[in-house]
Design a protein around this ligand. Structure first.
Ligand code: GAP
Length: 481
């Protein structure tokens, strides 16, 4: 992946780069550079818009380091494990299922420990061809301590935001005025000490999640599909037979059993499309019974079929039942029950668990276009709503007051709350090329005519067409398009 054209541009333009480079780097950590930070922020804003505004969810922000009890109650201390093997000679660590998938081309979803052990017997260390160790369970959480000396307590960096949203449930239900259902979005960092992260942004040790927890009445997981009923999608149910079907029919035929889950699969699919992920590369996949996380009774993923990295899970939608709230009730001895519609019960949770880094990568792969022929161009065709900058402002030359006029236009657009970039270095052609590689939809050039008639040239990234526009009309022109 490091050598691909896409990756070269991401590094050169400052979208992302490996962290701690001057000290040799550590696998599984990436910095978001100036363009990447803006793009990532816009993805997070699109998620916030979808859930806090359109779905009326609350938003919450909790610490990333939390005491051991939370992770004992949730089951992560005992069960958040991957199967690992090491080379007995060179010590290279491998995640057992990934090693099998890469070398034997066998998908390990749902395979038990005995089957995994048998398959591993056929393999040697890919690096030095020596014997592999017996596979063993490896807990993915980063352990730490809070406080000094004998007062210190054991803590963990959270491996998911979800638990930190469940812990204050008693406060949240009051804010929801004791009514169900209600949803809570939390966007923040999560940490997993992944065994062998080799796939760039797809498998990080520190990453951003945007997880929405819907607290629902166990007897009511209904939801009208509305506009999503006619959405035609590629669906792979747990019977292994992939089909193309509308969400409405999938629900009617009980391929997807829970209306609430079907609705949110539609909502997530729509969001991915809006932020520039190629919908033709998306697929809904139901988890197999022995693949599902320990807390879930039904899980559906939306996956992206990447040209470079294969199948990438972008979001997981799970019915977590009352597993988590019950677990926290048991350990904390605090009641998580509610009284609703005359009944007393622990609410069920339906979770929409997005990562942000993986969609970030899939947007880049979906929007990247290499135009060949007479005019060679590398372009990111980002939708305007997520592009890092909406426009770039160029003075044709840096003399004869043209640069002063360009700065005036630049400041005017900034005062109109637009993310604009000023670039006066090199020829206009080179500046267009840089703007295309940054995915900037509009380039605005200030020239000698601007001094006479207050018009500028707007150049459209995708069509390369140009148009003369009054300075006062620039915002309307670029935001209305
Ligand atoms: N709370 C449920 C949960 O954490 P998950 O499927 O393990 O479920 C949810 O994670 C999402 O977080 C994934 O769909 C993925 O987008 C992202 N994610 C998980 N592990 C990741 C990693 N190591 N690097 C980058 N993103 C990751």
């Amino acid at each position: 992946m490091q050598d691909s054209k896409l990756m070269q541009i991401l590094l050169k333009r400052g979208f992302i780069w490996p962290s701690f480079e001057i000290y040799g780097g550590v696998k599984g950590f990436y910095d978001y550079g100036p363009l990447g930070s803006l793009l990532k922020r816009n993805i997070e804003e699109a998620i916030r818009q979808t859930y806090v505004i359109e779905e009326s969810c609350f938003e919450l922000s909790c610490p990333t380091l939390s005491p051991e009890d939370i992770w004992v109650a949730s089951g992560h201390v005992s069960s958040f494990n991957d199967m690992m093997v090491e080379c007995t000679k060179c010590g290279e660590p491998y995640r057992a299922d990934h090693l099998i998938e890469a070398n034997l081309k066998i998908n390990c979803d749902g395979k038990g420990i005995d089957e995994i052990k048998k398959l591993l017997e056929k393999l040697k260390c890919p690096k030095c061809k020596s014997m592999l160790s017996e596979p063993y369970k490896y807990n993915l959480m980063f352990k730490s301590y809070v406080g000094p000396g004998s007062r210190k307590i054991t803590a963990y960096l959270r491996p998911e935001t979800a638990q930190t949203t469940y812990v204050p449930f008693k406060r949240l239900i009051k804010i929801a005025r004791d009514k169900l259902p209600f949803g809570v979005l939390q966007i923040g960092r999560s940490f997993r000490n992944e065994i062998s992260p080799r796939q760039g942004l797809v498998r990080l040790r520190e990453f951003t999640q945007a997880e929405i927890q819907f607290f629902v009445d166990p007897a009511n997981k209904e939801k009208e599909l509305g506009e999503f009923a006619n959405l035609n999608l590629a669906i792979l149910p747990k019977d292994g037979k992939e089909i193309n079907i509308t969400l409405g029919k999938a629900l009617k035929q009980k391929i997807i059993r829970t209306p609430f889950i079907a609705y949110h699969l539609g909502k997530a699919f729509q969001l991915f499309t809006k932020i520039g992920i190629n919908p033709k590369k998306l697929r809904l996949r139901q988890h197999l019974d022995d693949e599902r996380a320990f807390y879930s009774s039904d899980t559906w993923d939306i996956e992206f079929m990447s040209k470079e990295l294969g199948r990438i899970e972008l979001v997981g939608i799970s019915d977590r039942t009352d597993y988590d709230l019950k677990a926290h009730q048991n350990l904390s001895k605090q009641s998580m029950e509610v009284t609703f519609n005359g009944k007393r019960f622990i609410p069920h949770i339906i979770e929409i668990a997005y990562g942000v880094d993986r969609p970030f990568y899939c947007i880049l792969e979906s929007c990247f276009v290499e135009e060949t022929g007479k005019k060679e161009r590398n372009i990111f065709k980002f939708p305007a709503n997520i592009a890092p900058y909406i426009a770039a402002v160029f003075p044709l030359v840096t003399k004869d007051r043209i640069d002063k006029k360009a700065e005036e236009v630049f400041n005017k657009l900034k005062n109109q709350q637009l993310f604009v970039l000023y670039d006066s270095a090199g020829s206009i052609g080179r500046r267009y090329a840089r703007a295309d590689e940054a995915g900037i939809p509009y380039c605005i050039t200030i020239d000698y005519d601007t001094l006479e008639d207050n018009t500028v040239t707007i150049r459209y990234r995708d069509s390369m067409e140009q148009e003369r526009v009054q300075i006062d009309k620039i915002k309307e022109k670029i935001m209305g398009k």
